[in-house]
Design a protein around this ligand. Structure first.
Ligand code: PLP
Length: 275
């Protein structure tokens, strides 16, 4: 609800980074992401809005043949983003000094935003997710990708509140990543709700998302918020929370990924997410 194309937490994560890029005299932002990345979509749009050129380094060389059929990349392109497609192996090594220097020789100087946009300025932006009214809640729940968003929420939380993070991916080094950006201890991960891994979706999850929308009129995305709400309601069912506990679920946005996911679901003969 913050902004139609820079949805949810990605707006918060970009806010202070865009300011810094402009203050420091950069005219180009370079960042990384997968083919359905909300961060890629948001960066392209925000760049256009702020008069900054944007370059997206995209995971998967094979996508260079068919990126126009991908709604996320198509939208990013329409907002002026230039793409560089790299192999999954090269992508794993994307933060190395050699690779960054290679990018600089190809594109000139740029303001570098890490994958998912998580850095100290992104965390600062995410600290603004909570408002003083939110003190009434006992638990604050958020989905996790790279951990920047939840780190901001943890920083802004009251010590009496507990922050629960629901990773959208399997395994990884999230705990350490989050500790890099917060020194507080009032948080925990719920690692059972990734549905097989990042952007993995089952018929059960699709059914849950559609049913939730029908009952509440609130749309959820299949990669983050769908898994978050599924997890929260499952924990409620399993009496994880004491009666009368007040739970705040952060809707981080991400709805732009639904149409791309529906194309994938169709190929797998799985049900569609209702738009
Ligand atoms: C990127 C994203 C997240 C995860 O944010 P991180 O800061 O990477 O943990 C959660 N929800 C949505 C909708 C997102 O786009």
């Amino acid at each position: 609800m913050i902004y139609p194309h820079i949805s949810g937490n990605k707006y918060r994560k970009l806010k202070y980074n865009l300011e810094a890029a402009k203050t420091d005299g950069f005219d180009t932002i370079l960042t990384f992401g997968g083919a359905f990345s909300n961060h890629i979509a948001a960066t392209a749009y925000a760049g256009k809005l702020h008069g900054l050129k944007t370059i997206g380094v995209i995971r998967g060389e094979e996508i260079s043949q068919k990126w126009e059929t991908n709604p996320t990349l198509k939208l990013a392109f329409e907002h002026g983003m230039l793409f560089k497609f790299i192999s999954r192996d090269a992508y794993r090594d994307k933060n190395s000094e050699d690779f960054i220097n290679l990018l600089k020789s190809e594109f000139g100087n740029f303001y570098l935003l890490p994958e998912g946009g998580s850095n100290a300025l992104a965390v600062k932006g995410c600290e603004e997710i909570l408002t003083s009214e939110d003190i009434q809640f006992d638990f604050i729940c958020s989905s996790i990708g790279t951990g920047g968003t939840i780190a901001g929420i943890i920083n802004a939380s009251h010590p009496n509140q507990r922050v629960l993070g629901f990773p959208a991916l399997k395994g990884g080094f999230l705990t350490e990543d989050i500790r890099n950006f917060t020194s507080k201890e009032n948080w925990q991960l719920q690692t059972d709700y990734h549905f097989g891994g990042y952007a993995k979706v089952s018929a059960e999850l699709v059914h849950f998302i559609n049913d939730f929308k029908e009952r509440t009129q609130i749309p959820l995305d299949p990669i983050y918020t769908g898994k978050l709400l599924y997890g929260i309601l499952d924990l409620v069912k399993k009496d994880h929370f004491k009666p009368k506990t007040k739970i705040l679920a952060i809707h981080t946005g991400g709805l732009q990924s639904i149409s791309g996911m529906n194309t994938k679901l169709k190929k797998k003969k799985l049900p569609q997410i209702t738009l």
